[in-house]
Design a protein around this ligand. Sequence first.
Ligand code: ZN
Ligand code: ZN
Length: 1022
Amino acid sequence: MGKETLQQREERIRLHWQAEHVFEKSIENRKNRDSFVFYEGPPTANGLPHVGHALGRTVKDVVARYKTMQGFLVERKAGWDTHGLPVELGVEKQLAISGKQEIEAYGIEPFVQKCRESVFTYEKIWRSFTEQLGYWVDMDEPYVTLDNRYIESVWHILSKVHQDNLLYKGHRVSPYCPSCQTSLSSHEVAQGYKDVKDLSATVKFQCVDSNEIFLGWTTTPWTLPANVVLAMNPSLTYVKARLDGDIFIVAKSLALTVLGENATIVSEHKGTEFEGVAYKPPFDYVSVEHGHIVVMADYVTETSGTGVVHIAPAHGEDDYQTVKLNDLSFINIVDLQGCYTNEITDLAGRFVKDCDVDIIKLLAAKDLLFHKEKYDHSYPHCWRCDSPLLYYATDSWFIQMSALKEQLLANNATVTWYPDHIKEGRFGKFLENVVDWNISRNRYWGTPLNVWICTACGHEEAPESVAALEKLAQQPLPEDLHKPYIDNVLCHCPKCHETMQRTPEVIDVWFDSGSMPFAQHHYPFEQEEFQQQFPADVVIEGIDQTRGFFYSLLAVSALYKGQAPYKNVLSLGHVLDEHGQKMSKSKGNALDPIDLMNIYGADALRWALLVDSSPWNPKRFSTKIVQEAKSKLLDTLENTFNFYQLYTSIDQFIFDASQKGTPTLLDEWIMSRLHTTIAKVTISMDDYQFTQGCREIAKLMDDVSNWYVRRSRQRFWASGFSDDKRAAFNTLHTVLSEVCKLLAPFTPFIAEHIYMQMHNNASVHLQDYPAVTEAYINVVLEKEMATIVQIVELGRSIRNAKNLKVKQPLAEIIICSPENLSKYNTIIQDELNIKKVQWLYSTEAFVEKTLKLNFKTAGAAFGMQVNAVKSYVETMPVEEKNSLLCNGHLTVQLADEAVKLEQSHLLIESVVKDDYVLAEDGTLQVLLYTHLTKDLIAEGYVRDFIRYIQDQRKKLNYPIEQYIYLTIACSSEQQEMLQQFEALLRANILVMDIQFERALNNSSAFNYMFAQEELHFSMKLI
Ligand SMILES: [Zn+2]
Ligand SMILES: [Zn+2]
């Protein structure tokens, strides 16, 4: 059997979880424990998962697994967002049709069926992605927004909103895509601005009762046939001005710009003076019952145009409000595809945005065009299909969220946000400016709005359940509550007994997802599960959900229950590429999370997403980070485990908690590090500080591998089964087991892989998270060991700088430190391959200070005496030198007089004694004595030779616990050296017998350069 690949291993563990129902057991185990409530935001099923999804799902899984291991019951119901325009557009593409007319020609019923099917093809991709990532969520019983039971719950909520008089039908002007034939949210509009050239027009509006002419200005000439009124600012000053025999009316401050120098002012007027003045509209395609007069509006400014604004109520929110406020007529001359209606005889059927030039020509022909101009501006386009958007008045159903503003703010005040600035910032500001929620969509695939309206008396009913609808219905209900079936259900009006018809709209998908706390459990038709699962302890999604899922949850719960649906919200930053650019398929810088998992494994991807940078901020991400996560953490853990497995199997060690052996300082130290880490990780994780938690575990793992195991090698290696060895095995077993538990939420595959092997196939995911035992924590020991590591690093840096291989033993290290840590001497000796350790409080004895006169300062101080002082300093006795350095001054007796010598008169140089090399870090100083004796050199040769033999054994696949015979053919000098260190040889290579020969008659013998001279040797297993 070949070695299992990483992918095979993760696959095997996945299948094991499935076969053994480990996920189900992890929940079953906690049946009677407190619930930790977690809501899964449903992914929109309109595309492939990207790295951002991998981040979201990783964080969700880490939280849920951690809380489960902490003893909570964490139900995890998956959800699928299945409705909405993206699904419809996907199907339109698939059918190669576009627009509502073509959908209706194709047939709404088959179209809706296609939508339903397409949702489930995406579900499969998401399911396999979710499983591969190791995200445990119940995908067998997910909530699905298209489900009749889900729809029924949403209806119940809408019914309450209707009952509370918060659901109303309004005529509103919204950005509208004529190609997608639906309005867009302000968030969508913001995604599609483009710079374009358009035409503006200054148009003559002739007064009815005089020859005076209002000059009105517009940037959308195509709206002129829909003109209803002109608006002027009541508090601005206007003028009547004569130009070429005509009298024009414009704002005073704009008169010069608009009319030029040749105009003469006739009179000045307040805006209010024009209120109600009637004018002739430029076009008369449509008759306007109430309109074509001047009205007052504060939003009219004198910053551009003429101070007189043309108003077309169907195409601007201000326009619409102005007409409504003044009780004037509403007209609309544009159809749902963005084309002129038949009433506009000259341009009927043409896309309005293309008709600006035609309109201007028509105006010119009637002599109603005063001026036209091309101008550049940024105009919104549809982010989906690129069509220019129109502002368009449509009938929509609104929920009066503005009435709930105070409650939304109060509910948000009860929530803890991560990162916390979102609470008052991005989210709080959004709530401060909350507007009514347009929840209706004139489309086909969505939750049908459950409002029936009487065709005779206008009475509305919003049935709260399928049963309530059945009572009102004139015929049996369809099996499927979607359009088009539901539209065939007619009801009896309880007021006038005439027929009621359903309003044709479907609802905004965000209302679907915002209803999930209730609808996922078919509440209130089923009660029990909901009661245990509301509100959520935590909701976790990307920051782009601030105005999406996070808001819709808060809004629906406020409407329905009057309280916040969650206690904590984790808002994750965007995942960017390594240069901080947004990832996008078109730019080619998007990483595919499935590819990354196929190469580096799910554990590496998960770890990389959390350890590298905090998930709250925009995250720079790259393949390199995943690669590093694998090599730094996962490979280290695996190598450590392999080491443990190899040596324990040789000794047939069986873990027994009661047989602790004789623990050493190292054992105590790593146990202390373990428990300190448990404490820190728990604090971090309870506050959702994942990156901090990961880094603590990584630090511990580094200590285990690069210090504990490294420093304990000889103990594992020792022959026989001493108490020391038992202590080492026991400690490593405990530490590895606990590390697996610590890592289980983060890297669930490798944690399981190792834990199962150490614990008779038991699953790590069914264990409790490690708890701190204070008794193990020894702060002093950890601090001291950190100093020892620092000393070793200084020693290594000297070896590197002086090119002294670690295999070359050195005679002595001298350590100057505020505290004497000589109990760790063996560790330092072994690690640095040094014979002797000396602890001193000062390096004085090894550092010579040479003093020279600084002529700059000394010359001024001593004048003529300076040369005498100079020669005195050069031959100064050591005691005087020390006294000077210690006190900072010294009085010296020269031939003629005594002078006071100050430290500032001298240049002081430190020179380390010959063969000593100094390295320092903070209060630590380390001196390595690098002089090599003949014996040290010989030992170096032998150690190199041992290393070579070990390598060859490995290449020959000799089992490491097997003894060998070694035959060496060498010179007598070489033999002498080898025999001098025979004990060292035997301690390291398990040799039964060493034979020395003068020549070797063996073709498989090895050649080796030993002490600059070749020798030959052969090995044989016994
Ligand atoms: Zn569009
Ligand atoms: Zn009625």
